[in-house]
Design a protein around this ligand. Structure first.
Ligand code: LLP
Length: 443
């Protein structure tokens, strides 16, 4: 269905009589002022969600609450990094580029974690010289690199080991990461994780502070997180048995699921972390170790629901299907270049007409982009009002995570602007790319 659903739109979105407003501003005014396609971020919603993950972690784990690190890969810009800092949570970066954004706003280095399965020497150097709190090491080659660069810099670098605990998360294969046959981390089952511990302990320029796992993304069953936690706690206990000390930190990654379409529910941070705390506490009791400091890295769950993409309808056409059925194609002015998720993962979205009240019956509709590719589909099937016409404004909610951050310039489309809205005020946080920006890259 194509009706406004508050469970899927950002918290300060409303359908007021005959049009959509976000942060107190009519979507059509935003489109007119800033053009389309347009990413509209509900600033207050972002800050509230970030803050509630922080309070939820604190309330679930009390004195054992470590940090919430916002996963920059889901979407980062300088302004977003400032909001993250204002809320008082940390930042997880996984490239020199993401770190550069943090550096550009003087994001506190002692609240940054660096990830990545193939960090370059220059990225490691950048991170160590900025003084990031933690590097999450992912391979034996990297242990050697981080150690060498830390030593050269005269520093002792705190590291976590990324462990692949062999847990199958129930999500799309491409976004599930903790079963054995993946590029990430040290396998628990093969003994690689245990060997990594010994390798790091041998290096005086590295300080091993704990273990990390991230089992995948867009996960709704808390059993996956609990299973991974249980396995890592087993490894912590083995460490204590062998070395006679306890590792103080456990980072359980991100991956908390959100609602994209009506009927789905965004995970409640308080509920899911409370459940996790029960498991962590009992597993630690069983293993007779102290509960470590627990950290998490939500990305999608913070930014995903806060953002709506606005598109202008350009063309529509009717296609006859078998058995007397038909489908209406509605083409918008963006597509797979600003949202690759439907093409890549079969992700589903909702769309509504944002500029007016839809009239009359609905019909079987496919919402497509403007790219030269039949797979350029934003919504494969939706019942949209049959009167949708060129010039109408469509709003697709829950596009904050992995939308703009995975955007491309396919067909030389400039990437959309991102604007923040709050209490009736809209401002650009990332300006629209221009064709001139693209041409400027060419020699
Ligand atoms: N921590 C680590 C180590 C990660 O690799 C990720 C995501 C996160 C945290 C944040 O996960 P989140 O809370 O956002 O689910 N492009 C895919 C998602 C890929 C996730 C990659 N890693 C998508 O659009 O669904």
């Amino acid at each position: 269905m194509s009706a406004f659903d508050p469970a899927v739109f950002s918290r300060n979105s409303r359908f007021e009589i005959d049009h959509l407003t976000i942060g107190g501003i009519a979507a059509s005014d935003l489109a007119e002022q800033f053009g389309t396609p347009l990413f509209v971020v509900d600033e207050a919603d972002f800050k509230e969600r970030a803050a509630s993950w922080k309070s939820a972690l604190e309330s679930a784990f009390g004195e054992n609450a470590g940090s919430v690190y916002y996963a920059a890969k889901s979407f980062i810009s300088k302004e977003i990094a400032r909001w993250v800092d204002v809320v008082g949570i940390g930042l997880d970066v996984c490239s020199g580029g993401e770190l550069a954004v943090a550096e550009a706003v003087n994001f506190p280095a002692e609240k940054i974690e660096l990830h990545g399965n193939n960090k370059s020497e220059s990225e490691i150097r950048q991170a160590i010289s900025y003084g990031v709190k933690t590097i999450v090491v992912d391979s034996f080659a990297e242990i050697e690199r981080v150690e060498r660069i830390a030593k050269e810099s005269g520093k002792v670098q705190r590291v976590l080991i990324r462990v692949t605990p062999g847990v199958e998360a129930h999500t799309h294969e491409f976004i599930s990461t903790a079963h054995e046959d993946v590029k990430f981390g040290f396998s628990l089952a093969s003994g690689a994780a245990w060997d990594a511990i010994a390798a790091i302990r041998n290096e005086p320029a590295l300080q091993l502070v704990g273990l990390h796992s991230h089992i995948g993304s867009q996960i709704f069953q808390s059993e996956g997180f609990a299973a991974a936690a249980g396995k890592l706690i087993g490894l912590l206990a083995r460490y204590r048995d062998t070395y006679g000390q306890e590792l103080p930190e456990l980072d359980l990654g991100g991956g908390y699921g959100i609602a994209y379409i009506p009927g789905e529910n965004t995970l409640d941070p308080f509920e899911v972390l409370k459940e996790l705390a029960v498991v962590v506490t009992s597993e630690c009791e069983r293993a007779k170790i102290a509960v470590p400091q627990i950290s998490i890295e939500p990305g999608r769950a913070i930014v995903g629901p806060t953002t709506t993409t606005l598109y202008t309808v350009g063309t529509t056409k009717e296609v006859a299907l078998d058995e007397g059925l038909s489908r209406r194609y509605v083409a918008v002015d963006g597509g797979m270049s600003d949202n690759i998720r439907p093409a890549l993962y079969g992700a589903e979205y909702l769309a509504i007409i944002a500029n007016r009240l839809p009239l009359g019956p609905t019909c079987n509709t496919r919402i497509v982009g403007k790219h030269c590719e039949s797979g350029d589909i934003l919504i494969r099937e939706i019942n949209l009002s049959a009167d949708v016409a060129p010039g109408d404004l469509l709003a697709i909610p829950a596009t904050g995570a992995y939308g703009r951050s995975m955007a491309s310039n396919y067909n030389h489309l400039p990437r959309p602007a991102v604007i923040a809205v709050s209490s009736g005020v809209a401002r650009i946080i990332v300006r629209r790319e221009l064709i001139a920006d693209l041409l400027a890259l060419e020699i």
